[in-house]
Design a binder for this molecule. Structure first.
Ligand code: PGA
Length: 242
């Protein structure tokens, strides 16, 4: 799975060009592995364009609000995301954890909302540079994974994104990714969750690093931020898998 996380970027014209470009560059069997997560305001338009042009790309949201409150100003719940054409949702991205101060208790409510609305979840975890330097990576990641035990998810993927690698131009080295992914797979497998679809890597991935990262056995996909904004670079990453 190749996940294009546009973050707070994009416009209607960029969306149109991007979808056209991906359709021109990737055949339908490769499109099948692509998931576009644009800002929520473009989801509906993206969904219309995808069905109109018969593309084989999936859509996901970058965030979800819990539906534990009856009504919440500014909130967008899982049912709304589904109605916009979203099949997936990203939960627990480090930018949401750090900048928006999202704690485990809130992330759990978000997971429940996704579960209730049968959205497939990309659950992000990652260690800070300080955690890494203090050899705390394994402990920190295990801790972040705990809330997965508390909710029944139909289908979910873990996205491992070292915080120090996000947007920094520095990807983790292959041995490190391999070791960490194996640890995450062992941990989540011990929860005996049928919906677990594997672990993706994210953090400054581009078409020069993607092939080596994808060659790691435990890497089942890539979560791509900056490099996903240009359709050509995104397609180069997808094509580097072959
Ligand atoms: P990046 O972002 O590829 O720009 O580092 C990845 C992410 O944060 O999902």
């Amino acid at each position: 799975m190749f996940i294009a996380n546009w973050k707070m970027n994009g416009s209607q014209s960029m969306l149109l060009d991007w979808l056209k470009g991906v359709d021109k560059t990737l055949d339908k069997s490769l499109q099948k592995n692509c998931l576009l997560c644009p800002p929520v305001c473009f989801l509906s338009e993206a969904s219309n364009l995808i069905s109109k042009s018969n593309l084989n790309i999936s859509l996901g949201a970058q965030n979800i609000d819990p539906n534990c409150f009856s009504s919440l100003t500014g909130g967008i719940d899982g049912a709304m995301l589904k109605s916009f054409g979203s099949e997936f949702v990203i939960i627990g991205h480090s930018e949401r954890r750090e900048v928006f101060k999202e704690k485990d208790s809130l992330l759990l409510e978000k997971l429940k909302s996704a579960s209730k609305n049968e959205l497939k979840v990309i659950f992000c975890i990652g260690e800070s540079l300080k955690d890494k330097q203090e050899n705390q990576t394994e402990k920190v990641l295990k801790q972040q994974l705990q809330i997965i035990k508390k909710v029944d998810l139909n289908e979910f993927m873990i996205a491992y994104e070292p915080i120090w690698a996000i947007g920094s131009g520095e990807t983790a080295n292959i041995d490190y990714i391999d070791k960490v992914h194996r640890g995450i797979i062992d941990e989540v497998s011990s929860y005996q969750k049928e919906g677990f679809k594997g672990v993706s890597y994210g953090g400054s991935v581009d078409s020069t690093s993607s092939k080596d990262i994808l060659s790691i056995k435990g890497v089942k996909g890539l979560l791509i931020g900056g490099a996903s904004l240009q359709y050509q670079e995104f397609c180069n990453i997808v094509l580097s898998n072959h």
